[in-house]
Design a binder for this molecule. Structure first.
Ligand code: NAD
Length: 541
């Protein structure tokens, strides 16, 4: 064999996109000169899956399983995705939340081979050059983070790369985007996490975070380079810190096909699940009374989307806002509270409205008092305040409402406003409960963004959308709500059905894009059959 043929054989085995391991057939081994490099046994994908599953289960911790799966992904993508898809309920928590949190914190310990791109501040002038690699010619979806607000774990610097890698694994698993079409990117602008920066093993750029104009200029250089290199690419902003998350979304959603999953994906997931819950109560959305506890990024996004949904169902904006009472650190948000953050101004109630209320006369109106006076039908927690939904509050709510809808959405489990089993007990099993984290309580739904973002991305790509509108997220939320039926244990379809969910959401999003004049694809490309046919299955070519 010639030296080039030897080198090509090795390259075939070391590229995770072409490697098949023992599943290379006898003919392929002849053709590519693989004899000797592989053991003689010719296996099948199914036998490989079983061998890896066994090795996976022999690991002692979920973090070890996470690292094992990351290494598998870097050696054989088909096998990795086939294993993930063979058992989504088992694999998703290992590939993504909650295990990915530790994966980010300990990213430097397990970094082995290149995956995705680290665009670090010292390489600002080289961004276009780095993106020019022909290996990225097929890229259709980018997930990008700057690692500053990783889940509830704060600044993880370059370790935040675990998030784009994980989210894109879900794009492939749920939306069938081919592994060669996804590109995880970490904008490494330093870290203010001293433990990371001083860790001798840390793989990122060791500097305090770049901020202000320099930060903005770097992101602008990145966006311009992406726009030039990948016209029409879908870019998902992920785990940026609060203000940057908003500013970047506003600045770039008209320039790139992009959205922020923490803001828009969360709102659509929560609203979709709420619509499913409300469907079970038999009371129309426009007659619900919603109390929202914690009006930050997630909470205010949910509130604004609920307002839009109520308006679409016939209420005017004033009437829709009158159905929502938002409570934050200073109690019920009233318009006379000084220095309200921008997103809370729109949710503030007129103090005159509460004149007749029975309250303690303290200088703020507590959640308990709001619940006692409003008799809400829906209670949502996005405050990060453990046990804020106490027994008294929940029992008070349940006194006047047949099927109280209670969503303690704060993550992780240690931050949840209530344990779902307690809510069920205090309401005699009448409550309909959704949580942010998985509690394993029967009948309780986990409100996870994976129900929304893969379908939104797939629908936007299938329709050749020029932008992702609020209307497209609303269409996704409504479709998610419709997918609920009594055959499920909770409110949403089972995790095993996530591919079907992504397809249904994608169709709804594509149709909405077309209705808003944002679609550029031919109408034939927007059908369920056509979108389904575009979804990649993890099988060897
Ligand atoms: P955030 O910091 O923007 O918002 C938190 C809000 O809670 C702030 O407005 C804060 O003032 C308020 N708050 C803090 N202490 C309070 C108190 N004692 N009483 C009342 N309000 C108080 O954070 P965020 O990004 O909106 O996330 C909030 C929570 O929602 C997190 O725990 C997060 O994990 C969870 N979340 C869940 C999902 C999901 O279930 N899919 C998605 C996103 C966020």
């Amino acid at each position: 064999m010639s030296p080039t043929r030897h080198a090509a054989a090795r390259a075939l085995l070391s590229d995770p996109l072409t490697n098949k391991g023992t599943a290379f057939t006898a003919e392929e081994r002849d053709e590519f000169g693989l004899h000797g490099l592989l053991p003689p046994h010719v296996g099948t994908l199914d036998s490989q899956i079983e061998r890896r599953r066994k090795a996976l289960e022999e690991k002692e911790s979920d973090f070890q399983r996470y690292a094992f799966l990351r290494e598998l992904q870097d050696s054989n993508e088909v096998l990795f995705h086939a294993l993930v898809q063979s058992d989504l309920p088992r694999m998703l928590p290992l590939v993504y939340t909650p295990t990915v949190g530790e994966g980010c914190e300990r990213f430097s310990e397990i970094w082995r081979r290149p995956r995705g791109l680290f665009l670090s501040y010292p390489n600002k002038e080289r961004i276009s050059d780095i993106l020019a690699d022909p290996a990225y010619d097929r890229v259709k979806v980018i997930v990008v983070s700057d690692g500053e607000r990783i889940l509830g774990l704060g600044d993880q610097g370059a370790g935040g790369m675990g998030i784009p890698i994980g989210k894109l694994a879900l794009y492939t698993a749920c939306a069938g985007i081919h592994p060669s079409e996804v590109l995880p990117i970490l904008l490494d602008l330093g870290t203010d996490n001293h433990a990371r920066r001083e860790d001798p093993l840390y793989v990122g750029w060791r500097a305090p975070r770049v901020r202000g104009q320099e930060y903005d200029d770097f992101v602008e250089a990145f966006v311009s380079a992406v726009d030039d290199r990948f016209p029409g690419v879908l870019l998902q902003w992920e785990d940026f810190a609060g203000k940057n998350a908003y500013d970047l979304l506003v600045r770039y959603r008209g320039r790139l096909l992009s959205f922020n999953d923490d803001i828009q994906g969360t709102a659509a997931t929560a609203v979709g699940t709420l619509l499913a819950a409300i469907g079970r109560t038999g009371v129309p959305l426009t007659e619900q009374r919603v109390v929202l506890f914690g009006a930050g990024a997630a909470g205010s996004g949910v509130a604004e989307m609920l307002v839009q949904a109520m308006m679409a169902d016939g209420l005017d904006e004033k009437a829709a806002r009158a159905k929502i009472w938002a409570v934050d650190r200073d109690g019920l948000i009233l318009s006379d509270i000084p220095r309200l953050p921008q997103q809370q101004l729109k949710l503030a109630r007129d103090p005159a409205e509460i004149e007749g209320w029975n309250v303690s006369g303290q200088n703020m109106i507590s959640l308990q008092e709001v619940v006692a006076n409003v008799h809400p039908t829906v209670l949502i927690g996005t405050s990060g305040q453990k046990t804020a939904f106490d027994e008294r509050t929940i029992r008070t709510m349940a006194e006047k409402v047949e099927r109280p809808v209670v969503f303690p959405l704060s993550n992780p489990i240690s931050r949840a406003e209530a344990h779902p089993a307690d809510v069920l007990e205090w309401t005699g099993g009448r409550a309909i409960v959704g949580t942010g984290s998985p509690f394993g309580t029967p009948g309780v739904t986990q409100v996870n963004n994976v129900y929304i973002f893969p379908g939104v991305g797939l629908g936007a790509l299938a329709s050749g959308a020029t932008a992702i509108s609020d209307g497209m997220f609303m269409a996704a939320a409504r479709r998610l709500g419709e997918l609920s039926d009594d055959s499920h244990d909770g409110l949403l379809p089972a995790v095993t059905e996530l591919r079907q969910v992504a397809l249904e959401i994608a169709v709804a999003v594509a149709v909405q894009a077309q209705a808003e004049g944002l679609a550029t694809a031919e109408p034939a490309a927007l059908t369920r059959e056509s979108i389904a046919a575009s979804m990649w299955q993890a099988r060897y070519a």
